[in-house]
Design a protein around this ligand. Sequence first.
Ligand code: PMV
Length: 325
Amino acid sequence: MKAAAKAHTNIALIKYWGKRDEPLILPMNSSLSLTLDGFYTATSVDFRNDLSTDHFYLNEQFVTGAEKNRVTAFLDRIRAAAGKPDAFAEIHSTNHVPTAAGFASSASGFAALAAAAAKAIGLSADEQQLSILTRQGSGSACRSVYGGFVEWEKGTLSDGSDSYAVPVASANYWDIRVAAVILSSAEKKILSREGMRRTVDTSAYYPAWVDSIPNDLAAIKEGIAAKDIEKVGEIAEANCLRMHATTLAANPPFSYWQSTTVSIMQTVQDLRATGVPAFFTIDAGPNVKVLYTPEHEEKVRNMLQNITGVHDVKVSKPGEGVSYI
Ligand code: PMV
C-alpha cells in the first residue's frame, strides 16, 4: 500500500479570492492559473498495518502540531472515501519550493499528497475526482492536478461535486515565462484564509470583484487561444489589482504589499512603456510574479534583479500536472 507522486505549484492569472463554504473549500468565484515547472513537491505515502496514527516527515523532519493535523485531517477524507478508517500512513514529503518564493507550497503539497495517498490506499480516482479531493486540502491546489493553463470551475452544488479544475491548454502549448521575484525581507503575512474571510465579510468592493470574474475569464481564455501575451497579461494584471483593491476596502483594511512590491510593479510598467510585453501578478503576499515571452528574458531578468530590495529571481516555464514516481 505504497505510492509516490509529484506536483508543481501554480500561479493564478484570474485569482481565487473568497470562499462560500469553508469546510469544503468552495470558492465564490472561478479562477484560472498556469502550472509552473520550477517549483514542486514530491510525496510518498505508505499505509502500514503496524501504525496507529499517521507519521508525517517534511523535508526529512518529523512534523507535529498544526501542520501534521492538517495532513491527518486530509487523509481522514481519503480514508473515508476508501472505506478504510483505520489505515494509517507514513508520509514523506519534499518541497522543492523555497518558502521565501511566496508560492503556497500547499498547492503542490496537497496535489502530490492527494495523488499518492489515493493510489496507495487503492482509491480509484480519475483526474476530476482527484481535483475534488485535492481542493479539500487547499483550494488553489486543485488546479495543480493539471499542467499548463487550468481553470477551476467554482460549481454551484452545495456538496462540492461540481467544483474542480479543468485543463484549458497543456504545458507545451505556449512557451512563456513566469519570473518569481523574491524579496529580501518578507514580513509575516495575513494567511490567505484569514484575508479571504475578512474581505468577504467586510469589503464594500467584494461584490464588484465577484461580478468582474466572468468577463475576465472569458477574455483571458480568448487571449490564451490566440497566444496573445498583451491580452493575457493585461487581464491578469488588472485582475490582480482588483483582488488587492478588495483588501484595501476591508474593515480593518489591509494590504499584502511592501514598498519593494510597489517598486517592482512600477518597474514592470516602465519596461512595458519601452515596448517589452511584461506583466505582473501578486498573490496573498509581498512577492511579485512577472509574465513575459522568452525573447525578452535577458531584459526582464536584468531589470528585476537590479531593483533595491530584490533578493532573487527564479524563472519558470509552464509545468506538467500530477505524475506518479
Ligand atoms: O488556496 P489558498 O488558500 O492558498 O489561496 C490562494 C489564494 C491566491 O493565491 C491569492 C489566489 C489563487 O487563486 O491562487
